[in-house]
Write a protein that binds this ligand. Structure first.
Ligand code: NAI
Length: 453
């Protein structure tokens, strides 16, 4: 009997396999498509490659402003897709090499649980002392709206080999905002339609406001508090009818209204594994309601992020190996939306901090006062939230280009429950954008330096 049978070779599954093998366990990793899963093939990596193309288009457009003579001839979407695929291919080759280990057997095919120790794949029964469910997520669609040639989810949008003239993005969450940003940089006319009263509703209200302003400034139309009643596709365009009664004609419609857990047809109910709206419920050790069966990544309620999946996978491997790994705390998983500008956050929003601590105090440092941000021509700010008036840092929210690269230090501050004065006492290199985090911490501890108020 194998030590661990893992169902799904994406971020959560393959990280579990690697860690388990390092710890001397034998592993069977079952994958129905390609090792690497959504993040590598249809998610994080290809979208960030397209965002890089978008960034370069914007840089060329703005070159004259910094004294470089250049003009943007256009964006060759087909070539951008090829570049994106070359990045994915290189990483895929690397991952396949990484997983070639004596104690990892990879089985290709669709698996299904037949009992708590056994997964069946194409008639073959594979048994393990532990089973790990790591089947990931899929793009949800809106009932009544059919995906077709012009109505697409992020998966089709990634391979679109032309720059659409106009796009309506349904859903102002992470995927919607990243694609809206890409297409705006490519020169498309972009409209974002969000059902709730603000875009990026999972973020702090301050971040949503900053982003609304920044994206409108980039020329996007953003409709919040608006639902979609109907989407009618014809050969030459798509007509979107909004709940307000307005209609918009567009070349392409992107449906980005969330991702659902891929747990159908796995045999979970038959062996008594508890789920909630399709997500697998787990305890602190990521054990499902059936002991010996674990769940990791997007099928577990919480942030659907690859880096959370990696940590989950490693955690389970270490737990099965009898170690006492540090629990993966959903609260301190960093989040980044890689649009232009970016949004990065860790810890609580101000409202959540108030709910938990009764009072919360915050300071915002505007990137307008940050030398490096001025040089890069990016606007935004850093918001730091502390518990009560004298408590530790419990949340950090950053808006601005390259914000994602700044969230690491913020994560340490939140995770180690640092006081703003402690982080503000560290010397931050000048001129860096990272300095803005130091300035915000200093402002919140009552010793602002480059701040007007
Ligand atoms: P999401 O949950 O972030 O956003 C979906 C948005 O659609 C929400 O704002 C919701 O209010 C809105 N919505 C729902 N139904 C609607 C309707 N009928 N009309 C208009 N708006 C509607 O989901 P999203 O953006 O699809 O992303 C899925 C998951 O993938 C997220 O959990 C996200 O964290 C993850 N992801 C992470 C990325 C990153 O870390 N950079 C990049 C892409 C995805």
């Amino acid at each position: 009997m194998t030590d661990i049978v893992i169902l799904g070779g994406g971020s959560g599954g393959y990280s579990c396999a690697i860690r388990a093998e390092q710890l001397g366990l034998s592993v069977v990793l079952i994958e129905e498509d390609k090792l690497g899963g959504t993040c590598l093939h249809r998610g994080c990596i290809p979208t960030k490659a397209l965002l890089h193309t978008a960034e370069i288009a914007d840089a060329v457009r703005g070159a004259g402003h910094v004294g470089v003579t250049a003009s943007l001839g256009g964006v060759d979407a087909g070539a951008a897709v090829k570049y994106q695929q070359s990045v994915v291919a290189a990483l895929y080759t690397g991952l396949q090499g990484l997983l070639k280990r004596p104690n990892i057997e990879i089985v290709f095919g669709r698996g299904r649980l037949v009992d708590k120790n056994t997964v069946e794949v194409d008639g073959r029964r594979i048994t393990g002392k532990s089973v790990v469910l790591a089947t990931g997520s899929y793009s949800r669609t809106i009932p009544g709206i059919e995906v077709g040639d012009r109505v697409m989810t992020s998966e089709q949008a990634l391979t679109l080999d032309r720059v659409p003239e106009s796009v309506v993005v349904l859903g102002g969450g992470v995927i919607g905002i990243e694609f809206a940003s890409i297409w705006a940089s490519f020169g498309s006319k972009v409209t974002v339609v969000e059902a709730l009263d603000r875009i990026l509703p999972g973020e702090d209200e301050w971040s949503s406001k900053q982003m609304l302003r920044a994206l409108r400034k980039r020329g996007m139309a953003i409709r919040v508090g608006t639902k979609v009643d109907a989407v009618q596709e014809t050969e030459k365009d798509v007509t979107v009818t909004l709940s307000s009664g307005d209609t918009i004609d567009a070349d392409v419609v992107l449906v980005a209204v969330g991702r659902g857990p891929r747990t159908d047809g796995l045999g979970l109910a038959e062996i008594g594994i508890a789920t909630e709206r399709g997500f697998v419920t787990v305890d602190d050790n990521l054990t499902t309601s059936v002991p010996g069966v674990y769940a990791v990544g997007d099928i577990v309620p919480g942030y659907q992020l690859a880096h959370r999946g990696f940590q989950h996978g490693m955690f389970v491997a270490e737990h099965v190996a009898g170690m006492e790994p540090v629990r993966v705390d959903g609260d301190i998983v960093p989040r980044v939306t890689y649009s232009h500008p970016e949004v990065a956050s860790v810890g609580k929003t101000e409202n959540a901090a108030r709910d938990e601590f009764g009072t919360a105090t915050s300071a915002v440092y505007d990137l307008g006062g940050n030398g490096k941000s001025r040089i890069l021509g990016t606007a935004g700010g850093v918001k730091v939230i502390r518990a009560r008036e004298d408590g530790p840092v419990v949340g950090v929210h950053i808006v601005g280009d390259r914000a994602g690269e700044l969230i690491g230090e913020a994560q340490l501050a939140v995770a180690w429950e640092a006081l703003p004065s402690e982080v503000g006492a560290f010397v931050h290199a000048h001129p860096t954008q990272n300095e803005a985090l130091g300035e915000a911490m200093m402002a919140l501890s009552g010793r602002p330096l480059h701040a007007h108020s």
